[in-house]
Ligand binder design. Structure first.
Ligand code: 3UK
Length: 517
């Protein structure tokens, strides 16, 4: 099993970066962005200089380095450079707000923070919110001359170990703060081999383009570890993906593999009604992040001749563990287990449910997180006797195809990205016109979930489009820009239990609560 036969002292940077020079791929393209193409040799040199530079600036083994970096070559240099030096890279979402970054700086105890210049305002505001100055805090424009452009071209990766922590990713929970999901060196190998190679069949001539950014576990595999594992090429786009820039990237760089999320497939399909970009380079399309409605599957297949392969992954598993296959995709399902993973579907008493029945999905496999960072080097291990509860409800048929039936908590996936209804409620309740609020998920015309707000306005405030616009604008300044409610209902009161708990299921159904003001 990949990941089980790795030598003691294993450092993933040796196989993802150094190996390619030893195997004669120095002049092959490793990554392309709008302004440059980097060969495997140029990549290795940038990584090695970054490793030297981070050490020169005073970072040491075990230190965390927060990276608020868009999809650009600097992400690769810093990520692998840190790993070579035994420093833990912690890529974080570039769309967050100052209080989110301040939390992560404090919680991670990081000693370094490097950010893309485009993210400067929220990151520098966060730095002013935390009590202590960090030894290393730089925008990429200042880090680049210090770290990537000078210095020795070689750096021997420090010895680590297959099970040694190598990477953290923050993932949102339904309540409370994001959790730092810790992954080991072997997890990168296991996902690239078991899903990238054995499930998708990725090869050295593949060019991978991902709508999901590198700071998501999904994007990190798609546009970095998978192409680097097979000696292929990644295509990077720094901007947020739109149909226009997606089509432009596909026509210019001719990727063979496209990794999207259902919301983007829906947007691309809308755009294809009025445009006919050349998508002929694609041989494989993947969808993940939230369930792909069968209608989108069929329409994408009709428009492009390619079956989008839906698969479910998670930050805790690092990548996809149940997936459709090119030779037998089944629309409306997440597909079958990826080699190396096991699943159990259980009822509330933790007993396996009969074939075809719905229950909680538990998984086991070779890339599951070491645990959540809890401070002082300790981890909270989210396992029940070795099994990880995904928080999803699933059924599995006699042929081994898994079907998604929703979350077992209140969390929403919007455009494939976590959205906590409680966080949106927390922002809305701070607005002076809001007396009470509840946020639930509502399916749009494509069957994709969007946040919907139910608001009781304060006395004397008139409900209507003006209030709605003001509340949306309020959310967009307080929260990451994708976390605003797409629709609002203004009501006299909210349905509650005898003990005063909001009955979200009634809001979701809308029964008796449609009498908007
Ligand atoms: C949901 C899906 C139905 C599901 C991810 C690596 O999404 C990824 O990681 P996150 O931690 O979220 C995990 C949760 O998202 N989900 C994801 N994909 C699907 N639900 N069908 C799907 N195809 O609730 C899961 O527990 O952000 C991480 C690689 C791929 C990924 N999708």
């Amino acid at each position: 099993m990949p990941g089980e036969d790795l030598p003691p002292g294993f450092n993933a940077a040796r196989v993802f970066i150094d190996r390619h020079l030893a195997e004669g791929r120095a002049t092959r393209p490793a990554l392309c962005s709008l302004d440059q193409v980097l060969t495997y040799e140029a990549l290795a040199h940038g990584v090695n200089r970054a490793a030297h530079g981070l050490v020169r600036l005073g970072l040491v083994r075990g230190d965390r380095l927060l990276l608020v970096i868009r999809d650009e070559p600097a992400f690769y240099f810093l990520f692998w450079g840190a790993m070579k030096a035994g420093i833990i890279p912690v890529p974080v979402n570039t769309l967050l707000r100052a209080p989110d970054y301040a939390f992560m700086i404090d919680h991670s105890g990081c000693r370094g923070l490097i950010w893309s210049d485009a993210c400067a305002s929220d990151v520098t505001a966060a730095l002013s919110l935390v009590p202590d100055a960090l030894p290393v805090a730089l925008p990429v424009s200042e880090a680049a001359p210090l770290l990537f452009e000078h210095g020795p071209d070689t750096f021997d990766a420090v010895d680590a170990g297959p099970e040694a922590p190598c990477l953290w990713l923050y993932s949102s929970g339904s309540t409370g703060r994001p959790k730092a999901v810790v992954h080991a060196h072997r997890d990168l190998v296991a996902t690239a081999e078991l899903y990238g190679v054995r499930t998708l069949g990725l090869r050295a001539d593949d060019i991978c383009f991902s709508a999901a950014k590198l700071f998501f576990a999904y994007g990190l595999g798609n546009a970095m570890t998978f192409p680097l594992w097979v000696g292929g090429t990644a295509v990077l786009l720094a901007e947020r993906p739109t149909p226009s820039n997606t089509f432009a990237m596909i026509e210019r760089f001719r990727p063979s593999v496209y990794f999207g999320v259902p919301t983007l497939y829906a947007a691309l399909l809308e755009a294809l009604k009025t445009r006919s970009p050349d998508l002929s380079s694609l041989r494989l399309c993947v969808s993940a992040g939230e369930a792909l409605p069968p209608d989108l599957f069929h329409r994408w297949h009709a428009a492009t001749g390619l079956a989008p392969l839906d698969g479910i992954g998670s930050t805790e598993a690092l990548h996809i563990f149940i997936s459709n296959r090119l030779d037998r995709p089944r629309p409306g399902t997440s597909g079958c287990l990826v080699e190396g993973f096991e699943a159990r579907i259980v009822d509330d008493g933790d007993h396996p449910v009969p074939v075809g029945e719905v229950g909680r999905l538990l998984i086991r496999g070779p890339s599951l997180t070491l645990g959540y960072w809890r401070g002082n080097g300790r981890l909270d291990v989210p396992f029940e006797r070795g099994w990880l509860d995904t928080g999803d409800t699933y059924s599995c048929d006699a042929e081994g195809y898994f079907t998604y039936h929703g979350r077992s908590d209140d969390m929403l996936k919007v455009g494939g990205i976590w959205c906590s209804p409680f966080e949106i409620e927390g922002a809305l309740i701070e607005h002076p016109s809001v007396l009470e609020v509840a946020v639930v998920g509502r399916e749009d015309a494509h069957g994709l979930v969007k946040p919907e707000a139910w608001v009781v306005p304060t006395a004397g405030v008139s409900a209507g489009p003006l209030l709605e616009a003001a509340l949306q604008a309020h959310c967009k300044t307080r929260l990451a820009p994708y976390k605003y409610p797409r629709t609002f209902h203004f009501v006299e009161d909210l349905p509650k239990t005898a003990t005063g708990k909001i009955q979200r299921f009634r809001l979701r159904r809308g029964d008796g609560w449609e009498n908007d003001r």
